[in-house]
Write a protein that binds this ligand. Structure first.
Ligand code: ZN
Ligand code: ZN
Length: 267
């Protein structure tokens, strides 16, 4: 049984359900000792309805999770974080939140790229060219070496719409895994991808992520991994089926799993 989950969303993002406290109660019931909230980053000057909460909700997020930290002290250790993209123009903002202990930690969710005017220039769930794949890698490496992120969530997100793990995919994967090892950032086996079930991607039936080819490499490198629930509803925190399949996936690939992360601390 897992003791920790560092990948939990809240209803503020517009595509998750339940009250913040429901997630805590569900986690307590399931026996978690460490629960990290990592809702989609709410960013000043960047609005993305139904994908992330408006920046105006950020203060409420901080206050709500902070009060739950206090209320459940001694029962469960709660951390406050963000799942954020590698938006280099926002790195100073991320750094400020961490340095000032507004947030305890951040996880990297490399979903998309934006330009200087904050227009979305690539969505990595739907990569259609090698240049987009290499942009995914470049942004990932920038984030990994920034010391802002404690976990790389669904690191093989780029495979969501790619049928064949070709030589470019292999090259990108290797560089990502090597960087994660160098910076001691665990790679996440993402339970949301598993919960979605296997589906046809081109002619192959598989999870959108995690993918066998990527985690075979992770295993070869003996890189650290975590299982992330990526909960968008409280009951997903106690989904035995999801957890079983994630653990089975990790066992199949002989992954080095870490549970409690010392790099994530309460502030
Ligand atoms: Zn989400
Ligand atoms: Zn997530």
């Amino acid at each position: 049984m897992l003791l920790s989950n560092y990948h939990t969303h809240t209803s503020r993002c517009g595509h998750a359900s339940g009250e913040d406290e429901d997630y805590v109660l569900e986690a307590l019931g399931h026996g978690y000792r460490y629960l990290g909230f990592s809702d989609h980053a709410m960013l000043p000057g960047f609005s993305e309805p139904y994908k992330r909460g408006e920046y105006s909700l950020f203060q409420d997020y901080v206050l709500s999770i902070s009060s739950l930290k206090e209320k459940y002290k001694g029962q469960i250790e709660i951390y406050l974080g963000f799942e954020a993209e590698s938006f280099p123009d926002y790195f100073p903002f991320y750094k400020e939140l961490l340095d000032n202990h507004v947030l305890d930690y951040m996880i990297l969710g490399n979903h998309m790229a934006i330009d200087r005017d904050k227009n979305i220039v690539a969505r990595f769930a739907n990569i259609t060219s090698p240049s987009q794949l290499y942009l995914y890698k470049d942004l990932a490496l920038k984030a990994i070496s920034s010391h802002l992120f404690s976990i790389f969530a669904h690191p093989d997100y780029f495979m969501a719409n790619i049928e064949n793990f070709d030589s470019d995919c292999k090259k990108v994967s290797k560089e990502i895994i090597e960087a994660c090892i160098a910076h001691d950032i665990p790679l996440e086996v993402n339970m949301a991808g598993i919960r979605t079930g296997k589906r046809m991607i081109g002619r192959k039936k598989r999870y959108i992520y995690p993918t066998d080819e990527f985690f075979q490499l992770v295993s070869k490198y003996k890189a650290k991994c975590v299982i992330g629930c990526d909960a968008h509803a409280p009951e997903q925190l106690s989904s035995d089926a999801g957890e079983f399949l994630a653990v089975e996936f990790a066992k199949k690939h002989n992954l080095v799993l870490v549970d409690k992360l010392d790099t994530i601390q309460q502030h």
